[in-house]
Design a binder for this molecule. Structure first.
Ligand code: ZN
Length: 114
């Protein structure tokens, strides 16, 4: 079986000022999904996207089970990330932004002369 390869989306690019302020973009690790057929007792994968997984499932159903849904088939996906993982990963960005805003405020206060 050959599945069409899809390239991963390019990470968002940031300008120099945005990189200084926000750091490098946070890139989530690719999720790995597996397909398990309970009748054949075979597990396929891992694959990087749900689209590839559904294509694999469709191929297996058609090739081994005449297009029907085998008993006990399941899709095994990685557990979801902790609820604050993205926020925690962006913590450095918040600190840099806070420091930059503080510096700008100090400069304004010095120039205006409180
Ligand atoms: Zn099967």
């Amino acid at each position: 079986m050959t599945t069409p390869r899809r390239s991963l989306p390019a990470p968002a690019r940031r300008g120099l000022l945005a990189q200084l302020l926000f750091g490098k973009p946070v890139v989530a690790a690719a999720e790995k999904h597996r397909y398990h057929c309970g009748v054949c007792r075979v597990t396929y994968g891992p694959v990087g996207s749900k689209g590839e997984l559904y294509a694999l499932r469709t191929w297996h159903r058609g090739d081994k089970h005449g297009g029907g849904t085998p008993d006990g088939e399941k899709i095994i996906s990685p557990p979801p990330p902790p609820p604050f993982a993205k926020l925690r990963a962006a913590g450095a960005m918040f600190k840099r932004t806070f420091v930059a805003v503080g510096i700008v405020c100090m400069v304004i206060i010095v120039i205006v002369g409180w």
